[in-house]
Design a protein around this ligand. Structure first.
Ligand code: NIG
Ligand code: FE
Length: 419
């Protein structure tokens, strides 16, 4: 691959800093280089600096990318998504907006279980085609890595089908994927009233197979009293931990504090949602260094006003992460710029805080902080030219995806065109 130089960046937003997740006031330090430039060799960042510093280092054959006076950021790292499913739930969305609750729809067999029925019926190639369509939505939003959960199969065969789809998507080499096994997303129809029997299936068949075939790096559980209450979630997560998987939890989406306390007890990498978590639950996360993953788009799309308390988390020193929670039920968006807008208006985060949460902190939550999440020498050249003069325009102009060009490992994977 030839040498590549990117210049004429109004702001090169590097996120350079300590090699660990950022907390407190560090979240506001983006290490911006005005009139910045990047040098890329063999898919990695070879030098970062001002244009005047980088220009003399160029070889004659270098390919030049002119950013046109726009901003350049690391690709967003979306650390919580459910990108493989069949069908939509536009019908339930309409119903919810007229007053039926998410919990009522779930209790009558809709919600996650309705997507499970459709996903089970879909072929691997159907799922791969729809997931590639969504892959392009992530890229258009300026995202270059996603954490991708299974969880709409809920049987050995269908969960493996989803994880194989994720494996194929990763092999495409466009967007990067970090796979998570979410076999405990719900209790499937055929196990209603027999949660323990479903947990036996998870422990004895599904988890060992997933670990043996290296199909996931993490295990997640929907920890909620009506789905997998904490004692049952603990059993599943401890089994996953023994098999070498890292842990992430859907925690305290509707009920405090069992999910956060369990995440802290088990030393999970992340506790996600946390809309209902109390100050005591947050303190437990802080002492166990669990990273909170905030999903304001799922609160928004559920029509709720119950956002997580990001300001308190930042004050407590938690290394906050922002993600889309892309899924067909609670959060049908793949747009990180939309999430940054919600982080500003609803979570009261500054533009710098939300960009840090969506890049370097997210990368560390996936054990990828040494490779991605910032523009520093030696890291993978995953970067995006956004059509903004100043990074503060990212949350400010909302309802558009401003990415003009998206590079993964130094390759231009997506270029904006009017068509
Ligand atoms: O993170 N709460 C559980 N899981 C998803 C929603 C999944 C769905 O509704 O299909 C979430 O919000
Ligand atoms: Fe989720």
């Amino acid at each position: 691959m030839p040498e590549l130089a990117v210049w004429n960046c109004s702001q090169l937003v590097t996120l350079a800093g300590p090699a660990r997740p950022r907390t407190g006031p560090e979240l506001r330090d983006l290490a911006v280089i005005p009139d910045g430039a990047l040098l890329v060799r063999d898919g990695r960042i070879a030098a970062v600096g001002t244009r005047a510093q980088i220009e003399p280092q160029l070889s004659a054959s270098a390919e030049i990318v002119d950013a046109g006076g726009r901003i350049v950021l690391p690709g967003f790292v979306d650390a919580h998504t459910h990108p493989v499913f069949a069908g939509t739930r536009a019908d339930e969305f309409e119903e919810r907006m007229q007053g039926t609750s998410y919990a009522e729809i779930a209790a009558r067999g809709g919600g996650i279980r309705s997507t499970v029925r459709r996903t089970r019926a879909a072929t691997l190639s159907d799922l791969l085609a729809s997931a590639r369509r969504y892959r392009d939505w992530f890229l258009r939003g300026g995202t270059t890595t996603i954490e991708a959960k299974s969880g709409y199969g809920l049987s050995p065969e269908s969960e493996l089908k989803i994880l194989h789809v994720i494996q194929s998507l990763a092999a495409d080499g466009a967007l990067r994927y970090v796979p998570t096994f979410l076999g405990a997303h719900e209790v499937p129809d055929e196990y209603r009233g027999r949660t323990d029997a479903y947990i036996d299936l998870l422990l004895n068949e599904m988890l060992p197979r997933v670990a043996h075939d290296h199909l996931a790096e993490y295990c997640d559980v929907f920890c909620e009293p009506t789905v997998f209450p904490a004692p049952k979630a603990r059993t599943i997560l401890q089994a996953a931990q023994r098999l070498g998987l890292g842990l992430r939890l859907h925690a305290d989406q509707f009920t405090p504090d069992a999910g956060a306390l369990l995440a802290a007890e088990l030393g999970a990498a992340t506790a996600d949602h946390l809309e209902a978590t109390s100050p005591a639950g947050l303190a437990a996360l802080q002492s166990a260094h669990v990273q909170p993953v905030l999903l304001p788009a799922s609160v928004y799309a559920l029509g709720s006003a119950h956002y997580p308390n990001a300001r308190r988390m930042i004050d407590l020193g938690l290394a906050v992460v922002l993600a889309t929670d892309f899924n067909p039920g609670s959060s049908p968006t793949a747009s990180m710029p939309m999430v940054l807008s919600l982080a500003a208006t609803q979570l009261k985060m500054t533009a710098a805080e939300s960009i840090t949460a969506a890049t370097i902190n997210a990368a560390y939550s996936l054990r990828r902080g040494h490779e991605i999440g910032s523009l520093e020498t030696g890291k993978l050249a995953d970067f995006v030219i956004h059509d903004c003069d100043d990074y503060r325009e990212l949350p400010y102009f909302f309802g558009r995806d401003p990415a003009r060009a998206v590079f993964v490992g130094g390759n231009c994977i997506y270029k904006f065109s009017q068509n």
